[in-house]
Design a protein around this ligand. Structure first.
Ligand SMILES: Nc1nc2c(ncn2[C@@H]2O[C@H](COP(=O)(O)OP(=O)(O)OP(=O)(O)O)[C@@H](O)[C@H]2O)c(=O)[nH]1
Ligand SMILES: [Mg+2]
Length: 442
């Protein structure tokens, strides 16, 4: 699911982030590719159109294009828009005030209603006493299927006995549940190959009699945009409160999950990710968007960097670099910017894959080291900060004394500073502070 879309987006963003400067043209070219990728992932045509227009409006603004990290800003805009598209926050089940609360599952044949009823019961039974009811009087063994699943998870299951009317079964089941102190009743209904009047009539009757706290439409991800169209119909004809999308573990392209909220207007609440009874998850738009964009926590990192690296300092540094000198004063300022973003270790941990590389972990200067370096630079005179060449043995001794460090520390600092200065000169030749910021710390 979403693998192919994620792969394509990754390629598009890589190109975007690799460019030093962005202009309208390059953003438009990237948007064209994103549009294709979404359409190929089977996202609804109209949804794609609105999505792209919206991202364009937000991305072509002056603040974005002239920011230190325009490429990353665009990625962030796409991410935020994806989260919005899927409904922002995860939507919970409404239980209402009546006890027992009733949840009714509806959907076409084979979409996974019965399996999902049991999966949902398992999740809800952590906090509530759950009762399962099958209103499927048509398919042979349908009731037995639910009873077997119910026993497996130790949920109560209504025994319909000789009752053959789905509406009566539901009404009696709720009565029984009330008597036995159940808090939630999950009603599994019959499926049909297509939406037909008979099925809708039956579901409407159950709805009228039982007055469910929640009607959830169960959609099979494998059926793509059909799942969205059928959802629209169910919503028009009986009204739904949310969607559970099953078979997200399959090789469906995922477009249906992205289109649902925008087209049907109801949130995706859970996703089925396997045949096993525990393979149901609460749907989190934020996590799903990050998964689609394949970037772990990298976005919070971008946000953090943007909030703390103030542009003025960056520009001042750029100017001093242009002039060809990177003083110890600049060095200290830059370290302070890094410090503002939190510990280096934390930063590294947020970058997917980085935390695992041992060599990198060892190479990180820790926070103590940063404090020491700052103290040493603070102990220097202004003249020294702007011309490190005058810092001889006597001066080194004085700086160490003033900062509570050892002469060796001062030696090491100056050695590192000379190295960094060399590196900065090289970077300056290649495109200035912007390219440095893009490579550091992510
Ligand atoms: N891989 C996978 N299979 C699922 C998932 N949910 C359901 N299934 C499978 O889909 C098939 C149909 O599931 P059911 O729960 O019987 O579907 P239903 O909607 O109750 O079907 P009818 O009662 O005939 O309308 C079963 O083989 C389930 O194991 C899922 O999230 N992932
Ligand atoms: Mg069933």
């Amino acid at each position: 699911m979403f693998e192919s879309l994620a792969e394509k987006l990754e390629g598009i963003f890589k190109k975007l982030k690799g460019r030093g400067v962005l202009n309208e043209e390059s953003v438009n070219a990237a948007l064209k590719e994103i549009r294709m990728a979404l359409l190929e992932a089977d996202v609804n045509f109209k949804v794609v159109k609105d999505f792209i227009e919206d991202v364009r409006l937000r991305a072509i603004g002056k603040e974005v294009l002239e920011s230190i990290t325009p490429g990353q800003q665009v990625v962030k805009i796409v991410h935020d828009r994806l989260v919005e598209l899927m409904g922002n926050t995860s939507a919970n089940i409404k239980f209402g005030s009546r006890i027992p609360a009733t949840i009714m599952l509806v959907g076409l044949q084979g979409c996974g209603k019965t399996t999902t009823a049991a999966k949902l019961a398992l999740i809800l039974s952590r906090e509530k006493k759950v009762y399962l009811v099958s209103a499927d009087v048509y398919r042979p063994a349908a009731m037995e299927q639910l009873a077997v699943l119910g026993r497996q998870i130790k949920a109560g299951v209504f025994d319909a006995g000789s009752l053959r009317d789905p509406v009566k079964i539901c009404v009696e089941a709720v009565e029984q549940a009330k008597k036995e102190g159940y808090e939630v009743v999950i009603i599994d209904t019959a499926g049909r190959l297509h939406i037909d009047d008979l099925l809708m009539e039956e579901l409407r009757k159950i709805k009228d009699k039982v007055n469910p706290s929640e009607i959830l439409y169960v959609a099979d991800a494998m059926t793509g945009q059909d799942a969205v169209n059928v959802g629209t119909k169910f919503n028009e004809l009986i009204g739904i409160d949310g969607v559970i999308m099953t078979k997200m573990d399959g090789d469906a392209r995922g477009g249906a999950a992205l289109s649902l909220k925008a087209v049907v207007g109801k949130p995706l609440k859970f996703v089925g990710i396997g045949e096993k009874i525990d393979a149901l998850e609460v749907f989190h738009p934020e996590r799903m968007a990050s998964r689609i964009l394949g970037m772990g926590d990298i976005l919070s990192l971008v946000e953090k960097a943007q909030a703390t690296i103030d542009e003025k300092t960056a520009r001042e540094m750029e100017q001093s670099l242009r002039k060809g000198d990177f003083s110890l004063e600049d060095f200290r300022n830059q370290l302070q910017q890094v410090k503002k973003m939190g510990s280096l270790k934390d930063m590294m941990g947020m970058i997917p894959g980085m935390g695992k590389i041992k060599a990198l972990k060892d190479a990180q200067p820790d926070d103590k080291e940063l404090i020491k370096i700052t103290a040493m630079i603070d102990s220097m005179t202004k003249k020294e900060r702007y011309n490190y060449l005058i810092i001889d043995g006597r001066r080194r001794k004085r700086i160490a004394l003033g900062s509570g460090t050892m002469v060796q520390d001062v030696n090491r600092l100056l050695k590192n500073y000379v190295e960094i200065r060399k590196m900065m000169k090289k970077i300056n030749q290649k495109g200035g502070i912007k390219s440095l910021m893009r490579n550091f710390p992510f």
